[in-house]
Design a protein around this ligand. Structure first.
Ligand code: PRP
Length: 214
């Protein structure tokens, strides 16, 4: 039997994915050792391999077939635009992509003033402002702590993930517009989907049933 390889997003999404798989009897004890520096983990019995990667790299591994299956946030799937099949909404990691800023900025947004938008997601921001809102903006790519940008005057607004809203609140910012809802998704390499159809379909069906029961 050929190994089915999973690329999981390092951190909370991977833990939640492993919890879900465990409920289906798919375990990988090797992965639970937090001190291990191993990068790839195997379940010989089931013919499965798992590795952890940074979110934006997960769709890359899956597009090239280095992983058959990936678990990653919808934000990353949209931003990366890789050729992968999105097969299942796993229901966890729920949050929203939003345009945020100081309350006073709402007016500038409405009047389509030329504003600066800081974001870790330039493609999502471009699509939203250029294609959906037909608004010209200047997009500035940042790599984290995006909420700083409007506070220190780098940009008028940000396009970023809002989960509980506490980062915004603690920094005197608000949601001005919602771009789209997000959650963790399962993605599959298109060739793997054909070659390993039975095994992958069975996994999707089992996960779907599990999600229905919850
Ligand atoms: C994310 C996101 C927001 C925050 C939202 O950042 O970019 O900053 O979480 O969560 P909340 O609404 O529950 O406060 P993350 O912690 O991933 O780090 P980053 O800022 O370095 O991207």
């Amino acid at each position: 039997m050929r190994y089915l390889t999973f690329a999981l997003t390092k951190g909370r999404l991977a833990s939640k994915t492993l919890d879900m798989l465990e409920k289906l009897g798919i375990t990988c004890d090797e992965m639970k050792d937090k001190n291990s520096r191993k990068l790839i983990f195997t379940n010989e019995e089931l013919g499965l391999r798992f590795f952890l990667a940074k979110g934006p790299d997960v769709p890359t591994y899956v597009e090239y077939g280095a992983a058959d299956i990936g678990v990653v946030g919808k934000d990353t799937i949209i931003e990366e635009g890789r050729k992968v099949h999105e097969v299942l909404d796993l229901g966890f990691g729920k949050c929203r992509m939003c345009v945020c800023g100081h309350e006073e900025t709402a007016e500038k947004l409405q009047h389509h003033e030329l504003i600066r938008v800081a974001t870790k997601y330039p493609n999502i921001a471009k699509d939203y402002f250029y294609n959906k809102k037909h608004q010209t903006v200047e997009i500035i790519k940042l790599n984290g702590s995006i909420e700083l940008a409007p506070i220190v005057g780098l940009s008028e607004v940000i396009v970023d993930i809002v989960e509980t809203g506490s980062t915004l609140k603690e920094n005197g910012l608000v949601v001005l517009e919602e771009v789209c809802p997000l959650s963790a998704r399962m993605i599959v390499n298109p060739v793997s989907m054909r070659m390993e159809n039975d095994r992958i379909k069975e996994l999707i069906t089992n996960l779907r049933n599990l999600l229905r029961e919850e």
